[in-house]
Each structure stands twice: as C-alpha cells, then as structure tokens.
Design a protein around this ligand. Sequence first.
Ligand code: ATP
Length: 203
Amino acid sequence: MRERVAMFGGTFNPIHRGHVTVARAVVERLDLSRLVLMPSAGPPHKSSEELAPAEDRLAMCRLAAAEDSHLAVSDLELRRPPPSYTVDTLAELHREHPAAELLLVIGADMLRDFHLWRRFDEIARRARLITLPRPGVTIGPLAELRRALGDAAAEQILRDVQDTPLVDISSTEIRRRLAAGRPVDDLVSEAVARYIVEHGLYR
Ligand code: ATP
C-alpha cells in the first residue's frame, strides 16, 4: 500500500485529551501507521497574548504523544520563521515523502473556515482532508468551498468526515481554568498537567 503521512496541526496551547482521543481514533479508523502532531508557531488568525512559548507547547505535545506509539511530533513549523502556513508545510512534507499520500487532519471548526486559509485550493490538491467532528460545530454545506473547489472536491471532503468520538474539550477552556487557579487534570494527560504546573504556564 502507498505510504500515507497524516499531519494534525494546531497551536496545541496546550494539547489536551480531546486532541489525543480524536487523533488515536483517526489512526485506528484509517489504519494509519503514524500521525504527526505539528504544533504551529502561532497561526495568523489567532491572537498571541495567551500563547505559551513554542518550546513548551512542543514539549507538551511530546509528552502526550509518548502515550501512543502511533503518534509522533514534528517541529518543522516551529523551526521556520513565522508566519507559518499549512500549504508550505505540506510542500515540505511532500519533499520529504515524495511518494506518500498526504492526509491533513483538521477539526470541524477549522473546516468551516478552510476557504480562508492561504492557498486552500492548493492544500486541497496536495492533501486529502480528514475532518473530525467537534461538539457544537455543524459541518456543511461548505458553500464557499464548493464554489472555490468545485462540487466533486467538496463532496470528497464531506465523505472524509470521520465518525470519531465527540470530546467537548478545548484549549481555551483549559487556559481559562488555569487562569482561575482551577485544576485541569480531567482535560489533559497527567504528564501534561504536571508540566503545566512545573513551568507555571497559563496563570
Ligand atoms: P483553542 O481553544 O485555543 O482554539 P483548540 O482546543 O481548538 O484550541 P487547537 O490547537 O486549535 O485546539 O486545535 C488543533 C486541531 O485540533 C484543530 O484542527 C482543531 O479543530 C482540532 N481539535 C481541537 N480540539 C478538538 C476536539 N475536542 N475534537 C476534535 N478536534 C479538535
């Protein structure tokens, strides 16, 4: 079978049980040998005031990924000067794995705004989009995307929406709780919870 490289990008500020649960589910459903978590330097569409340092977000991703041998972490985007764009990352992954099929795993909230991403049409050509449902997020009808990519591409994206578990956790909620001095042990892995406390993040 052709090699497949799956990338799951995000700020991971911090990585939480939701990320890990859906990542593992997608590995299982698509029978992937590996899924690469790709922390971003800080996407242009998110405010940066609450963004923990890249090295901490990367370290927490590594701690979370250590729990499952199918999960890997790449610092490819963090090594590039910002702003970092998915389309460039995919080009880089293609150079590293010229024969592989690239899969781009995104949450349903990201799919909603996908037509606003830089060169999203090229992203859709380079990678198969794998969408994960998220509580409270409706998927479709993808009108803008349909107009921009055509019906066939939009239909394929909808067919690739996964039936993964709905986990109602967000990094925003974690940062809010920590800022209020409340524990987050139910929302992040033990190792990540410990790292957050030891490094005094999000206080
Ligand atoms: P924030 O609350 O800071 O916006 P987030 O929890 O959405 O963060 P990100 O780091 O932005 O986390 O997410 C990385 C990727 O994981 C995105 O594609 C996002 O849609 C997806 N994702 C995050 N949380 C979940 C979840 N609970 N279920 C499914 N997908 C998720």
